[in-house]
Design a protein around this ligand. Structure first.
Ligand SMILES: Cc1cc2nc3c(=O)[nH]c(=O)nc-3n(C[C@H](O)[C@H](O)[C@H](O)COP(=O)(O)OP(=O)(O)OC[C@H]3O[C@@H](n4cnc5c(N)ncnc54)[C@H](O)[C@@H]3O)c2cc1C
Length: 387
């Protein structure tokens, strides 16, 4: 088979991969499509993992379609529980589990992986991280009987899980290195308002401190903090961040920085290889959210069907699903040296923090509680992330 007659191959079956396959199939119904995934290939919405407890959903309940159904819908062949271990970009051949596969074009939508805290942990079997449906199922099973759950990390995922796990009735403790919650995403006034809300809800917050060790205990685990405190729990949820999955791309010679480097047409440094989603650094932007990947999906579907199309990013505010104190944030896209002037207003049931540049133009915002109703009108005034 010449490479021109070879299939479009997509690595991954997450939101980036399945949405791309769907958009591209609308334009090309004849080119063969092969998708490869390390997991079960079930189609689901990953953001729903951190609201599943309050919505009373299991992994099965979150599944929209299994791999067989997706293969049918997309006229695709989907190989599940396989790992692509090498790409020969000169011959346009990849290999997985001893099988070789030619591609016309290859799209890497390999997502992100959770960061493991580099600490001593003798309670690995009671320590969980949730970044896919299978991991969620394991965590949910363990959480069923847990009376005390310790969350490490007060970013988006840690806070959403703290909010969600309250519905289980377990005692929730959360440890965060920074003096407030959500400090990478929000103005501190919003983080502090969430601290107050969580404290009122009975969450045991430990701010400005870090977990230095976790050890197994007869009743569960004991975590030691760097201020000497010992916290007992039945299970631990580690939510200290994710990083782009780049190992395969790096070893195959693709240029990578924090993510797989691609241009505005999602082209990597190597011909016929593209990347999108959590693994891709698009023209310098590495964003682990659904909105940017959907922008990329629309552009890449066109490029792959013969109309080269550059992606653009509008302002893309992020909704943080802390339903007890809902938050929408659009941190200003600046360097630490850029002067930003914040204006903070406490209103009935909410907090509004607006970020302005030196010329007085709105460049970001963080909204909490009742103020989130202003999201749409404020977002219109924000500059595009990538015009
Ligand atoms: C709990 C949680 C809540 C979130 N909430 C929000 C939210 O509210 N809003 C928002 O915008 N974003 C949210 N996000 C982020 C958002 O879900 C992700 O940005 C998005 O799902 C990433 O999709 P993806 O397809 O790039 O990656 P993934 O879904 O991680 O998919 C990666 C795929 O690649 C496959 N793969 C990787 N390597 C290989 C290999 N070598 N061989 C074969 N297959 C491979 C995997 O098996 C998988 O199928 C949340 C994330 C989490 C974890």
């Amino acid at each position: 088979m010449s490479n021109q007659d070879a299939p479009l191959v997509i690595i991954g079956t997450g939101l980036a991969a399945y949405n791309l396959a769907r958009e591209w199939r609308k334009r090309d119904s004849s080119t063969p499509l092969i998708m490869l995934t390390q997991d079960s290939g079930r189609s689901y919405s990953k953001p729903m993992l951190s609201t599943a407890f309050s919505k009373d959903k299991t992994a099965e309940g979150l599944t929209m379609a299994d791999a067989g159904k997706m293969a049918e819908q997309l006229s695709a062949t989907i190989h599940t529980f396989v790992s692509v271990d090498a790409i020969d970009t000169h011959k346009r051949v990849l290999s997985f589990d001893g099988t070789q596969l030619n591609y016309r074009d290859l799209v890497i939508a390999a997502g992100s992986e959770t960061i493991n805290l580099p600490i001593e942990n003798t309670a690995q079997s009671k320590t969980f991280a949730v970044n896919d449906l299978e991991q969620f199922a394991e965590f949910q099973e363990a959480a069923k009987t847990a009376q005390r759950i310790l969350i490490i990390g007060g970013g988006l995922i840690g806070c959403e899980y703290a909010n969600d796990l309250l519905t289980t009735g377990a005692k929730i403790s959360l440890v965060e290195l920074q003096p407030t919650l959500l400090s990478n995403l929000c103005h501190e006034a919003i983080g502090n308002a969430l601290v107050s809300q969580f404290t009122e809800e009975g969450i045991d917050l430990h701010l400005s401190t870090a977990v230095t060790a976790i050890r197994e205990d007869k009743d569960g685990v004991v975590a030691t903090l760097n201020n000497g405190t010992e916290l007992a729990a039945d299970i631990v949820l580690s939510a200290v961040g994710v990083r782009a999955r780049t190992q395969l791309a790096r070893q195959s010679g693709l240029a990578c920085e924090r993510g797989i480097q691609v241009d505005r047409e999602l082209r990597s440094s190597v011909k016929h290889v593209y990347a999108l989603g959590d693994c891709a650094e698009v023209d310098g932007h590495l964003l682990y959210y659904v909105m940017p990947l959907m922008q990329c999906v629309r552009a890449l579907a066109q490029t792959l069907s013969g109309t080269p199309t550059a992606v653009s990013y509008p302002a893309m505010p992020v909704t943080i699903k802390t339903s007890r104190f809902p938050i929408v944030t659009n941190p200003p896209d600046t360097t630490p040296e850029t002067p930003v002037h914040w204006q903070v207003e406490h209103v009935e049931g909410g907090v509004k923090a607006l970020a302005y540049n030196v010329s007085g133009a709105l460049i970001g915002f963080s909204l909490g509680g009742s103020s989130i109703s202003e999201k749409a009108s404020l977002a219109k005034s924000l500059p595009k992330v990538m015009a």
